[in-house]
Design a protein around this ligand. Structure first.
Ligand SMILES: CC(C)(COP(=O)(O)OP(=O)(O)OC[C@H]1O[C@@H](n2cnc3c(N)ncnc32)[C@H](O)[C@@H]1OP(=O)(O)O)[C@@H](O)C(=O)NCCC(=O)NCCS
Length: 179
């Protein structure tokens, strides 16, 4: 009972979160949040931490049609989300892959539930047609977040990744706009 009261108290409301396009000044925190996920989880199949220089290259690969969003709570960058170019072959120009990472200390407080719809709205705004997401097995929370935001499951790639001594499945989810 005490836990429930605490969780309600801790929940961040949409009006308390500032969401905007990321700038280079946000990169150190974006990198820190990403590297925590590299070290401690299987959401990303990177197994080595990324340097700031690596992330600068990643950031510069994003453009107006493939934005990176950041979420701030009380002046702290607590999460980021991005629309990543899926392929440089031009028939795929309307397609992007989504990413979302919430700072460890801010998880389960509603940040992802606020930031993810903002990313989807941005995808519609910039005229993307198709969104793809690859979700590692066991990340039911992320699958639910995607389902709530219009994604459906396409299928499962079995044992396609290997991290922390284990083969891992990946669920592919998609969302097609204007269908
Ligand atoms: C997945 C992630 C983005 C979700 O963001 P979040 O801010 O933690 O999620 P929210 O607090 O908005 O919660 C989303 C839902 O999951 C539930 N939830 C959150 N954390 C949970 C936990 N530890 N256990 C059970 N349920 C949980 C919430 O109750 C909420 O459900 P509801 O809206 O029905 O109440 C975040 O946990 C994260 O960054 N994880 C690591 C990276 C990752 O997995 N990225 C996605 C890759 S596909």
């Amino acid at each position: 009972m005490v836990k429930k009261v605490e969780k309600v108290f801790m929940r961040i409301k949409p009006e308390q979160l500032q969401i905007r396009l990321a700038t280079i000044a946000d990169l150190p925190m974006i990198t820190e949040i990403y590297n925590e996920a590299v070290r401690n989880g299987v959401a990303t199949f990177d197994t080595e931490e990324k340097s700031l220089e690596d992330r600068l290259i990643w950031f510069n690969n994003h453009d107006a049609q493939h934005p990176v969003l950041v979420a701030y709570y009380e002046q702290a960058l607590c999460g980021w989300a991005s629309l990543n170019r899926w392929s440089d072959r031009s028939a795929y120009d309307g397609t992007a892959e989504v990413s979302i990472y919430v700072h460890q200390e801010y998880r389960d407080r509603g940040v992802g539930s606020i930031l993810f719809p903002a990313l989807i709205a941005e995808a519609k705004k910039v005229g993307l047609h198709y969104l793809l997401s690859r979700i590692t097995q066991g990340n039911e929370l992320s699958i639910r977040l995607h389902e709530r935001n219009g994604f459906t499951t396409i299928g499962v790639m079995h044992e396609v990744g290997f991290k922390f001594g284990k083969f891992l499945d990946v669920t592919l989810m998609e969302q097609v706009f204007n269908k």
